[in-house]
Design a protein. Structure first.
Ligand code: AHR
Length: 702
């Protein structure tokens, strides 16, 4: 609630309910039968989905400030590093394959200083991820591994230096550089400096000589002071969402385009200076793997979320990487079993012991494991069935209580849950699909699996969704919550984007940031609002006189109700819903879309509703979305309770129009407003603002 603005004035329900809709149209009416529970809301409402996209980890939530810290981003060129020479200083900098640091870092950065003095120093500089950010009175922790040639022992001066070349924001000195590889640490504390990212991190010397660097790191203060931790501001935004789980580590990032570029979890644990990192070819940039498996789990622990672990399932986005034969798949099944043991095993297990050695003796809770990601993209008939069955059998044999999530419909094994992804092109398209999970619209023949909507978004706005997108999201979220008997949980995607030029590969992301600040989109506040305002039971709600507008669905796949009467839920249509989104830069082709169909106009509801109840307190949460451009009266009738307290609360998120939005310049333009209500009873009318999403909180007694 700390992200929500609270206003005190009591709204007089009766006064504010003047009807603004056409006289001919009766106001909408909703009837809530509070003693008729239609579903139980799973603890997975609501969660987060994450992967390395849009500089989500490196240059994002992972706090490391040095880019290319082990010089592996480009094996020919030490990108993001430059030579610095003051005045008449002379020297050179190069990658040296002849002086490896460890098995992971075989080419190190060699600095040769031919001439330097107290006033004319030479050294190396790193430009970070769009600069090295600083703020006042803050301590930064520098760590580096170095080795000197005979005749050189330093000292080395570490500075966070303004791009003007003269403004030293903070500095420290390290001396006694040895001729063996050794770790050096220092702290750099700023004074009263202005917040800025226009800085570099430099390592300078005033002595001629040669020194090699194997790994260089600079960390600001991190969330909960983790040694290899996360950025505080972004973690705080997430903490305010009170998320239930984190789906990790992808997305396409899990699979990579090849076996070699998948998320190979065993290479992401242990000392960060020994992690090789890998080329993130799904999104085309280097991943340091500083955000490794244990860091994901720490992240979960810090926000009191459960991991929802996706394991590599033998399919990479370049189809040729698929591995279906049992003897070939076996090592990857074993990797998944080991991974689950690393997460959940006690210290007497092999991988539980390894986790303890890595710094976390206590096992983590895990209830859900997802087998792959979007395996509908695997076009070989039967391939996912075969792969899923092998993973399913092996995991269930060892961990019978784990719920296993399939990423595409399977028939030979009873997947506990199926993960469905929906990226929609407009508010209307999303609102149109908001009833897809209603029993009347959901096709039969889908098996008994619960549905996990692991990725979805209304893709309008850049870099983050605008208010129109949030209205589409709200209608869709109501559809999911209302159908909690079927829908187990949801996570919006993608979660993050860097807003600097070149920082975004996927337009429309929940949270935006640069090096110094971050902000939540309207959809972010919507997620927070839904996550913090719902009960554990869905109660019956019927609506009538709901205002609607004609909408002409664009022709093409992905539009139109899902096939009724036992038809299979078309994978092609499901993919087609994403067809105008830029595909990842890979040669993975989605399944062929169904032929274009001229779609008939439809009447699209302008309002959506659902109602949940807290079984312990009796509080009823009524969600009302008004996508219309005029205020709408709603007549609300509550039965199945003896009383509704005359006072309650309303939380409202509203924008002035569809294109209204939050941004780096105006980060809190659209945030939830909390107000008190009076005049409530089992039968009352309330007027809901144009373009608004609302939660009414009613105190009831049975
Ligand atoms: O969220 C962006 C991408 O969309 C994910 O990596 C992938 O799973 C989906 O296609």
């Amino acid at each position: 609630m700390n992200a929500f603005l609270r206003i005190r004035p009591v709204l007089l329900v009766g006064i504010l309910c003047a009807p603004l809709i056409a006289a001919s149209q009766k106001p909408a009416e909703i009837s809530i039968q509070a003693d008729q529970v239609t579903a139980h809301v799973s603890p997975l409402f609501y969660g987060l989905m994450t992967e390395e996209i849009n500089y989500s980890y490196d240059g994002g939530i992972y706090a490391e400030l040095i880019r290319n810290r082990n010089f592996k981003e480009d094996l020919k060129d030490p990108v993001h590093w430059q030579m610095i020479k003051e005045g008449g200083a002379a020297g050179s900098m190069s990658l040296d394959a002849g002086t490896p640091f460890n098995a992971a870092v075989t080419a190190t950065l060699k600095l040769v200083v031919d001439q330097a003095s107290r006033t004319e120093r030479a050294g190396i500089a790193n430009d970070g991820f769009w600069g090295i950010p600083v703020k006042a009175n803050t301590t930064y922790k520098a760590t580096f591994y170095a080795k000197a040639a005979p005749g050189f022992a330093g000292p080395l001066t570490l500075e966070i230096l303004g791009n003007d070349g003269s403004s030293v924001r903070a500095k420290a000195e390290v001396s006694g550089i040895s001729q063996e590889w050794k770790k050096y640490s220092a702290t750099l504390t700023t004074g009263n400096v202005p917040v800025s990212a226009e800085n570099k991190f430099v390592i300078l010397t005033d002595h001629p000589g040669t020194v090699w660097f194997g790994f260089v790191s600079l960390l600001p203060p991190t969330y909960k002071d983790r040694a290899n931790g996360n950025r505080q501001d972004i973690m705080q935004l997430l903490a305010d969402m009170k998320p239930a789980f984190l789906r990790l580590p992808g997305g396409n990032y899990l699979e990579g385009r090849t076996l070699e570029t998948r998320f190979d979890w065993k290479k992401t644990i242990g000392d960060v200076s020994e992690r090789p990192g890998h080329w993130n070819d799904s999104w085309q940039y280097w991943s340091s793997d500083g955000m490794g498996l244990l860091e994901f789990l720490d992240w979960c622990e810090d926000l009191d979320m459960e991991p929802l672990l996706a394991v590599y399932a033998g399919f990479s986005l370049r189809g040729g990487a698929r591995i279906t034969l049992h003897h070939e798949l076996q090592p990857y099944i074993q990797d998944a079993l080991d991974e689950i043991e690393y997460v959940t095993g006690d210290v007497n297990t092999t991988w539980g012991a390894r986790r303890a050695k890595d710094g976390h003796p206590a096992p983590f809770k895990l209830h859900y494991v997802e087998i792959g990601n979007e395996d509908g993209g695997d076009r070989e008939p039967g391939s996912y069935e075969t792969r899923f069955a092998q993973f399913f059998d092996a995991i269930k044999a060892k961990y019978p209580n784990l719920k296993l999530i399939a990423t595409d419909p399977v028939t030979t094994r009873a997947a506990d849950v199926i993960d469905e992804h929906y990226y929609r092109r407009s508010e209307e398209e999303m609102a149109f699909h908001a009833s897809d999970y209603d029993p009347i619209r959901r096709p039969v023949g889908r098996g008994t699996s619960e549905v996990f909507v692991g990725e979805w978004a209304t893709r309008v706005g850049e870099a983050t969704p605008n208010w129109s997108a949030a209205l589409g999201d709200a209608a869709w979220m109501i559809g999911m919550e209302r159908n909690a008997h079927l829908v187990t949980g949801e996570s919006y995607a993608p979660l993050f984007t860097r807003v600097d030029p070149g920082g975004m590969q996927w337009q429309v992301d929940l949270i935006g940031y640069n090096s110094t600040t971050s902000y939540g989109s309207p959809s972010y506040y919507l997620q927070s609002m839904f996550a913090t305002h719902h009960g554990d039971e869905v109660v019956s709600l019927t609506a009538k006189n709901v205002p609607a507008r004609e909408w002409q669905p664009p022709s093409g796949p992905g539009i139109g109700p899902v096939p009724a009467g036992g038809g299979s839920y078309s994978q092609a249509a499901r993919r087609g819903a994403q067809s105008t989104t830029p595909l990842p830069p890979s040669d993975y082709t989605r399944r062929p879309a169904t032929p274009l169909q001229p779609a008939a106009p439809v009447q699209l509801s302008l309002m959506s509703f659902d109602s949940t109840r807290d079984s312990k307190t009796g509080t009823i949460y009524i969600k009302v979305v008004n996508r219309a451009d005029t205020a709408q009266d709603v007549h609300i009738i509550v039965s199945g309770v003896s009383t509704v307290a005359s006072t309650g609360r309303i939380v409202t998120l509203s924008g002035s129009g569809p294109t209204d939005t939050n941004s780096m310049a105006d980060p809190k333009k659209i945030i939830p407003i909390v107000a008190d209500l009076s005049g409530l009873s089992t039968d009352f009318t309330h007027s809901f603002a144009p373009f608004s999403v609302n939660v009414l909180e009613l105190k009831t007694a049975k």
